[in-house]
Design a binder for this molecule. Structure first.
Ligand SMILES: [Zn+2]
Length: 873
């Protein structure tokens, strides 16, 4: 389930106004001892921070939140002075004041404190496994290290860490560095685990995990690797271990610097808010995204596990070794890791075609960027809420897509050389955007430093209109750029001032159609010449550019006719995205998209088909009325018939994982949107057999079959699935059953699901996902929205407040002016500080969808009608 793939999405505190620490002192080393107390749900801490005082001062400010100071002192030049501690809760700071001035130079701060093992999935928090066994673990990014120890909690204050944990005898303790010693004591029933001095790193990357964990062990290039889980789940780590070994070796080869942190631990946790977190040498994961039963796991989940792991491991270089100077450049971390991970996964499993997923990700990140309320990649942020809001589709998807374009523009070798120089220059330190592109400009000799600012500092993306004509046996192509916006009226007024320096590649349908012609579109309009003439010109050849192309009708007809033989799968995905983008702004009717879809009826590439089906479902959801729904379903059945005939209902011996997964997705849409009676009957039969057997599910097909059976299922089926969910043998099975339970469309069962979301049966990390899923059901939107409003107080408190932003985002699935007004009104009163931009985006999306519906629904209805008339003749 995709909603778990929220990489390093860290959501934190409410109602605070961070400001930066004054530049009075810098940390050099932290000596930290933690003793968690699982009876009282607290921990005690001892801390000695070696600092460099930069200018004479009588006070030092540290970040601190929910920390109870027991004592504090500062030693400088052999003199120890007690420090008076004053707390500034609003700014999450503590000021340590001494009587005599501290002179510039070395000093040490000593603090003894207590903190909370909270249940908010941030800071140092408590989790529980299915048997109720407690564990304690940290989650600090972006601004929550301060909940575990008073600290210089800003990314530029890198230091080394010497960590000691006093744990119960039965508990394992893990941290960033390897274990130096593990001795019994200090009291009966305890042991003391001392870790080696860590590499120099930012506070948000510090990590500790304490609990009854078990691991499978391996190694790559001499680096020990362990994959951990709670008791009984150890064997589920084998798949991730094999992946980690492959990725570490791949990165060692790709980067000029070998894995920089002595060992790698990866741990799956039952309670974890984000997808995963790249703590130096100790990566933490949501367990469903790490611990899988490989023989039964769905292909999609295997790919997700690999992708997230490769992403987090890439952070060991991009993020951990070299860290952004401040959060405004978080893209240097997230974009790089997102861009890098498909390379490592493709090297391990080329048959999964993750390079095509990158094209799909590009298109989807363009969706966010098509809003008036998007943001530039580089974005100022000061408060924890503003910082939190930066972990969005722009930081991950858009940045990765822009880096992909840049790599294609300067060539993979130059790119890699530049990255290498950048990493060497800033290792164990921090860097800014300018550091990055000036290094790449130097390495490539190309104007990277002039191209990149147009994509990084400017919000939105270019729409490149293509006009091609044949002159004297050559194709003269005029490209014209303007900012793309979903807001059709604003877009068509074409008043945008923005200009990008766009690396473009073209290919034409002439004699040498395989050849690409590449160049830079710099002004509003540029001309390119292609040898030969043909019936079409493709404006994003190779599908590596971050722009949308607008084609004239004859060009689209030419492309559609040649689509399977002349366009690569990547280009087909991009073309689908481009035609859809033209539909969104009224430049093409939605029926042009359906015609293009018909041209892909025999498509066998899973990613191309998956991209197409996403819009096929969207059109059903938003653009069809009850009246034309049966006609649209009939069209979908016809569209998918060749695929179903080719793939059948059952896996064939020796077929690829891609085919297995494609079958599952085709059946899902044929049964759902297509209402195919044969598929629905198959799903019910499959479900009955599965529920009458104790065998483990084949999860590639199970999600589809169970969910289709559940759509029109009754309370008795609901109960049977719920019982199964409680007996699930793996995290994946648990979520497959959960997905099925959330597919029931009976309003009574939707109500039941809504109420369960706030009960102890649903972990707090899953509550928002449950409500968001229900919101997308045709019968669920209004019920879920009423539920959110009625239970807002409770929902807003989940996990220290991370839920709010997710719920604001969930409202973006609405598609009427009335609903938009309700959302505006409700969140106008019930403010969510970490979703200020998010709210504007949701409102804009609702408005765009409403507008699209008013424009395209009548056209679609007419087309379906004409089609039926034609078929009847
Ligand atoms: Zn990340």
């Amino acid at each position: 389930m995709q909603r778990f793939v929220l990489l390093c999405l860290i959501l934190s505190s409410f109602g605070t106004f961070a400001q930066r620490l004054p530049e009075v002192a810098r940390p050099v080393n932290y000596q930290l001892t933690f003793a968690p107390d699982f009876e009282k749900n607290i921990f005690s801490g001892q801390e000695a921070i070696s600092i460099q005082v930069l200018k004479s001062t009588s006070e030092i400010k540290l970040n601190s939140a929910e920390i109870d100071f027991l004592s504090a002192s500062i030693t400088s030049r052999g003199v120890t002075q007690e420090a008076k501690v004053s707390l500034d809760k609003a700014n999450q700071m503590a000021t340590l004041a001494v009587q005599k001035m501290l002179a510039p130079g070395s000093a040490t701060i000593q603090i003894h404190f207590n903190g909370l093992l909270n249940d908010e999935l941030r800071g140092f928090y408590l989790g529980k496994d299915e048997q109720g066994r407690k564990y304690a673990v940290t989650q600090f990014e972006a601004t929550d290290a301060r909940r575990a120890f008073p600290s210089f909690d800003e990314p530029a204050y890198k230091a080394t860490f010497d960590i000691t944990v006093i744990a119960d005898k039965k508990h394992v303790a893990l941290s960033n560095a390897r274990i130096l010693s593990d001795r019994p004591g200090p009291s009966e029933g305890k042991h003391t685990v001392k870790f080696a001095t860590s590499a120099k790193m930012s506070s948000y990357l510090v990590a500790i995990a304490v609990g009854e964990f078990e691991a499978v062990e391996g190694e790559a290039d001499g680096i020990p690797i362990r994959v951990w889980g709670t008791p009984g789940k150890k064997q589920l780590g084998s798949f991730a271990l094999e992946a980690a070994e492959s990725f570490l070796h791949y990165y060692d080869q790709y980067f000029g610097i070998k894995y920089p942190f002595e060992k790698l631990d990866v741990i799956g946790l039952p309670d974890f808010e984000a997808g995963a977190m790249e703590n130096t040498g100790l990566i933490t994961f949501r367990e469903a995204l790490l611990l899988i039963d490989e023989p039964h796991a769905s292909v999609a989940l295997k790919r997700d596990v690999a992708d997230v792991l490769a992403h987090e491991m890439a952070h060991m270089w991009f993020g951990d070794l070299v860290t952004m100077q401040w959060w405004d450049d978080i893209w240097l971390n997230e974009g790089f890791a997102t861009w890098m991970s498909p390379k490592a996964v493709a090297a391990w499993k080329p048959e999964w075609h993750v390079e095509l997923e990158s094209v799909r990700d590009t298109i989807h990140s363009q969706d966010v960027d098509s809003l008036q309320n998007t943001r530039p990649i580089e974005q100022a942020a000061d408060t924890p809420e503003q910082i939190q809001e930066l972990f969005d589709g722009i930081a991950y998807g858009k940045t990765a897509a822009v880096l992909r374009m840049l790599e294609a523009y300067i060539g993979p070798d130059s790119f890699r050389d530049g990255v290498d120089q950048y990493l060497h220059k800033h290792a164990y330190s921090n860097a800014t955007a300018t550091d990055f592109w000036s290094t790449l400009a130097k390495a490539s000799g190309k104007p990277v430093d002039r191209v990149m600012p147009t994509f990084v500092q400017q919000a939105g993306l270019p729409f490149v209109a293509v006009h091609a004509q044949c002159e004297n046996g050559a194709t003269r192509v005029t490209l014209r750029q303007q900012r793309y916006l979903f807001d059709r009226e604003r877009f068509n007024r074409d008043e945008s001032k923005e200009l990008w320096r766009v690396p473009v590649c073209l290919k034409g349908g002439g004699a040498s159609s395989a050849e690409k012609t590449c160049g830079l579109l710099t002004g509003r309009e540029s001309r390119f010449d292609l040898p030969g003439c043909g019936s079409w010109t493709l404006a994003n050849a190779g599908a590596e550019g971050f722009y949308r192309s607008g084609y004239e009708a004859a060009n689209v007809r030419g492309l559609t006719a040649d689509i399977e033989k002349a366009l690569t799968p990547a280009e087909r995905i991009m073309l689908l995205g481009d035609v859809w983008a033209s539909v969104r702004v009224g430049r093409k009717p939605v029926t042009d998209y359906l015609t293009l879809a018909e041209g892909l009826q025999h498509e066998t590439s899973r990613p191309v088909m998956t991209e197409l089906l996403l819009r096929v479902e969207f059109i059903e959801h938003y653009l069809t009325s009850d009246q034309d729904q049966p006609q649209y379903s009939a069209w979908v059945r016809q569209l998918l018939a060749p695929s179903i005939q080719r793939l059948g209902f059952k896996a064939k011996p020796g077929e690829s994982e891609e085919e297995k997964q494609l079958r599952s997705r085709i059946l899902e849409v044929a049964g759902g949107t297509g209402q195919d009676p044969e598929v629905l009957a198959w799903a019910r039969k499959w479900t009955n057999e599965a529920l009458s057997s104790d065998a483990a599910l084949d999860n590639t097909i199970a999600g589809t079959a169970l969910s289709l059976a559940a759509r029109d299922g009754d309370a008795a089926l609901y109960d049977r699935l719920l019982t199964r969910q409680k007996q699930a043998k793996t995290p994946e099975e648990f979520y497959v059953y959960m997905g099925a339970l959330l597919s029931f469309r009976d309003p009574k069962l939707i109500e039941l699901n809504l109420n369960r979301s706030l009960s102890p049966e649903v972990r707090s990390q899953d509550a928002i996902g449950v409500i968001s899923d229900l919101m997308e059901l045709p019968t669920g939107g209004a019920l879920a929205w009423n539920f959110i409003q009625a239970h807002w107080e409770e929902l807003a408190k989940i996990g220290g407040g991370f839920a709010g932003a997710g719920l604001v985002d969930a409202t973006s699935t609405f598609c009427s002016a009335e609903q938009g007004e309700q959302v505006r009104e409700f969140f106008g009163v019930h403010k969510v500080p970490s979703a200020e931009r998010g709210l504007q985006q949701s409102l804009e999306r609702i408005q765009n969808c409403t507008d699209l519906k008013s424009q395209e629904s009548p056209r679609l209805a007419q087309w379906l009608n004409d089609r039926e008339v034609r078929a009847g003749q």
